[in-house]
Write a protein that binds this ligand. Structure first.
Ligand SMILES: [Zn+2]
Length: 256
C-alpha cells in the first residue's frame, strides 16, 4: 500500500476509536467559539483533535504530569486550524512539550521562534513548547483575540516553506506574492500606528517581526474573525485561502 494510503487508513482507524468520554465537555471548556460551531463541524473538529491527541507526542516538563484534558485542550485548538486542511495533522511537530508556567529560552533565529514572555516557542522541524498557564481560556494570552496555542502552531505552518519568516505556502504563486506584499504593507502600517500612539486591533506583538504578524493574525483569524475581516480585510481573505476555511461564516472551502 502506498505510504499516503497507508497513513489515511491508519488515521481512519484512529478516528474510529471512541472519543474520551469527557471530550465534549473539554472542547466546550477550552474553545471559545465551540458553541457557535454547527454540530457537523464540532464532530469534524473533534475527529481531527482525536487523531492529533493519539498521534502527536505530548510531554510535560520534569516537574509535573499532564492530564488527558490538557492534551485535549491543545489538540482541539490546533485542530481548529486544520478544519479546511487535508492529510496534514501537524506531522512535522515532533513533540508538544507543556510547561507548567512561562519559561525562558534563547531568542529568535531562522529556525526557531521564541518570546521574551515565553508563553510558547516553536522550532522548525522540532517541538512546540507551551506554558499551560497561558493556554487556559481565562489567561491573558487567551483574551481579546489572543490564543497562544494557535500562535505557536501558526509558526510551525510558517516554517513549512523552509523558513519561519512570515511568508506562507498559499495555493498559487500569485497568492504567495500577494501575501508577501500585503504582509509587508500591513506590518509597516501597524508599526507606524503604534509609533503614533494609536490603538490597534491587533496586539502590538504583531509589529515585532513579520513572522509574529502572521502568527498573531492567525490567532485573531480564528478567535475574532469578524474583527480581523473589518480591520485587515486583505489579510483575512488571504488567510481564508491559506487555511482553506472561513471562520467568519464557519465554512470549509472546496477541498484542494
Ligand atoms: Zn511568536
Amino acid at each position: 500500500m502506498p505510504f499516503r494510503m497507508w497513513t489515511r487508513w491508519r488515521r481512519s482507524r484512529l478516528a474510529a476509536r471512541p472519543l474520551p468520554p469527557a471530550a465534549q465537555e473539554w472542547s466546550a471548556r477550552h474553545l471559545r467559539r465551540w458553541s457557535e460551531l454547527p454540530p457537523a463541524l464540532q464532530q469534524k473538529l473533534q475527529a481531527i483533535a482525536w487523531i492529533l491527541y493519539q498521534e502527536r507526542r505530548f510531554e510535560a516538563s520534569r516537574d509535573w504530569a499532564l492530564t488527558d484534558e490538557m492534551k485535549w485542550a491543545v489538540a482541539v485548538n490546533a485542530a481548529l486550524m486544520l478544519l479546511g486542511v487535508r492529510d496534514y495533522y501537524f506531522d512535522g511537530v515532533k513533540t508538544i512539550l507543556l510547561q507548567k508556567q512561562s519559561f525562558v529560552l534563547p531568542q529568535t533565529s531562522r529556525w526557531m521562534v521564541s518570546h521574551e514572555t515565553s508563553a510558547g516557542a516553536a522550532w522548525q522541524y522540532g517541538p512546540i513548547v507551551l506554558s499551560w498557564a497561558d493556554c487556559q481560556i481565562d489567561s491573558p494570552l487567551r483574551r481579546g483575540g489572543r490564543n497562544v496555542i494557535i500562535h505557536e502552531f501558526a509558526h510551525h505552518l510558517d516554517g513549512l516553506d523552509g523558513e519561519m519568516g512570515g511568508s506562507i505556502q498559499l495555493p498559487t504563486r500569485e497568492s504567495i506574492e500577494r501575501w508577501d506584499e500585503v504582509l509587508a504593507d500591513e506590518f509597516a502600517r501597524l508599526q507606524v500606528a503604534l509609533d503614533n500612539g494609536q490603538r490597534t486591533f491587533l496586539d502590538p506583538y504583531a509589529a515585532t517581526h513579520p513572522a509574529e504578524f502572521f502568527a498573531v493574525a492567525s490567532e485573531y483569524f480564528f478567535e475574532r474573525p469578524a474583527g480581523l475581516q473589518e480591520h485587515h480585510p486583505e489579510v483575512f481573505e488571504l488567510l481564508v485561502q491559506f487555511y482553506n476555511f472561513n471562520p467568519a461564516t464557519l465554512t470549509v472551502l472546496a477541498e484542494r
